[in-house]
Design a protein. Structure first.
Length: 133
């Protein structure tokens, strides 16, 4: 990926993970460019298929296109930051991310966004006034 495309993706995301909204400046590991639809499923390197992801969201998402909604046990597509509005599917309840829709809940579960260590880090940053929700 060339520097211009990398810069476009980072700037467009406001230097936040487009799934969990963690700010890149506080990450120990540089954020990665995620293929929303993985290449193995026909995804491209075009900007409309790329999202900025923290290493955790990117690792847990992998090539997945869908996940299981824990409330309904139905299989639902994962959140697509290029075609869907984040606030439609998610809301914060203190340091925990809540899924408002099937897509939100399936994404949170599949990407393990509310794993205990992630909540603990968000709580620490919130206490310092750094991570505003």
């Amino acid at each position: 990926m060339d520097k211009a495309l990398d810069s476009l993706v980072r700037q467009r995301a406001g230097h936040r993970c487009e799934y969990c909204h963690f700010p890149e400046e506080f990450a120990e590991i540089p954020f990665q460019i995620d293929h929303i639809v993985a290449r193995q499923h026909g995804g491209t390197d075009m900007p409309d298929n790329l999202a900025l992801a923290c290493c955790y969201c990117n690792r847990f998402k992998g090539p997945n296109l869908s996940g299981v909604d824990p409330d309904t046990n139905d299989v639902d597509r994962l959140f697509d930051p290029r075609s869907q509005e984040w606030t439609t599917h998610f809301l914060w309840k203190e340091a925990e991310l809540i899924g408002k829709t099937e897509i939100g809940r399936a994404t949170i579960r599949t990407l393990s966004i509310n794993r205990p260590e992630a909540i603990a880090v968000r709580e620490l940053l919130m206490a310092e006034g750094i991570f505003g929700i």
